[in-house]
Design a protein around this ligand. Structure first.
Ligand code: ADP
Ligand code: MG
Length: 274
């Protein structure tokens, strides 16, 4: 079966007044339906630029992006690409467009010309999916950052896209808000959504099935969280933190004989116990 998202030799150049800026430099990847992948990378490594290619907000300078087999740079496909891939961005305030929660969630659907009763049904389901049913007639401005992000996610859920791309959705949230979003994302994945999750929180990336590590417009590493994060020395050299348990395991290795692939607190506790 063809991958749901396929990127081939993608280069992206931003034209600016001060000259050309190469933001993506030969990216290749493929993501299957139902996968949960995380993308990590230092600031400016090209994560957001890549994310915007998944739903044709940006088009390749060269190379190709295919969504469900459709070339995103073919204008005829734009509609179907956007129907397949929803985006959630970092700043919840800039994503809210309406004065009442239910109108905000309905916004994308109204543009699709769906019948009003169908819209209401989909909005109710979407608010239910993000545990915000009780807030239908609230003003978004009264909500916490985490709640606003859940409303933004509800907007995408209501569109019933196969893929949800989240670009650092927890960057502006407190720890409580971050936990809410991560558990919601895991639930959506369990329900069959394909998740592409960009984050600079390594503990969040560790929850994905595969992790892509970006640097300077390239994908430097791809692997399971275990493969990526238990390589503590390399991750540090690249400028990343690693999850606390992996870091602790590395430090304890001088004193105890510990296996190589420790990522979670449970695995560390188990290894120390033995
Ligand atoms: P990340 O999301 O990993 O921080 P970005 O994709 O935002 O990285 O940026 C990648 C590179 O492209 C950076 O060097 C950034 O400065 C540059 N860049 C991003 N957006 C623009 C833009 N609109 N115009 C010019 N350069 C940009
Ligand atoms: Mg970014």
């Amino acid at each position: 079966m063809d991958a749901l998202i396929r990127v081939e030799n993608l280069r992206h150049v931003y034209k600016t007044a001060s000259g050309d800026k190469l933001a993506l430099d030969g990216v290749n990847l493929s993501i299957d339906a139902g996968e949960f992948v995380a993308i990590i990378g230092t600031n400016g490594s090209g994560k957001s630029t890549l994310a915007k290619h998944f739903n044709a907000l940006l088009l390749p300078t060269s190379g190709k992006v295919f969504v469900d087999g459709l070339d995103t740079s073919d204008e005829e496909n734009l509609w179907h690409v956007r129907e397949n891939v929803g985006m959630v961005f970092q700043n919840p305030d800039s994503e809210i467009v309406a004065a009442i929660v239910e109108d905000d969630v309905a916004f994308g659907l109204e543009n699709l010309g769906i019948a009003p009763d169908k819209i209401r049904e989909r909005v109710d389901l979407a608010l239910d999916a993000v545990n915000m049913s009780g807030y239908k007639v609230f003003a978004p401005s009264k909500l916490s950052g985490g709640q606003k992000q859940r409303i933004a996610i509800a907007g995408v859920v209501a569109m019933q896209t196969k893929v949800i791309v989240l670009d650092e959705p927890t960057a502006m949230l407190d720890p409580q808000g971050r936990r809410e979003i991560l558990s919601l994302v895991k639930r959506l994945h369990a329900q069959g959504k394909t998740i592409i999750y960009i984050t600079h929180f390594m503990e969040e990336a560790a929850e994905a099935q595969r992790v892509f590590v970006m640097e300077r417009g390239k994908i430097l590493r791809v692997g399971t969280p275990h493969e990526i994060f238990t390589n503590v020395a390399e991750m540090k050299r690249l400028g990343f933190d690693v999850p606390v348990a992996a870091e602790l395991a590395e430090r304890l290795r001088g004193k105890f004989k510990l296996p190589k692939n420790i990522l979670t607190a449970d695995e560390l506790a188990e290894a120390l116990h033995r």
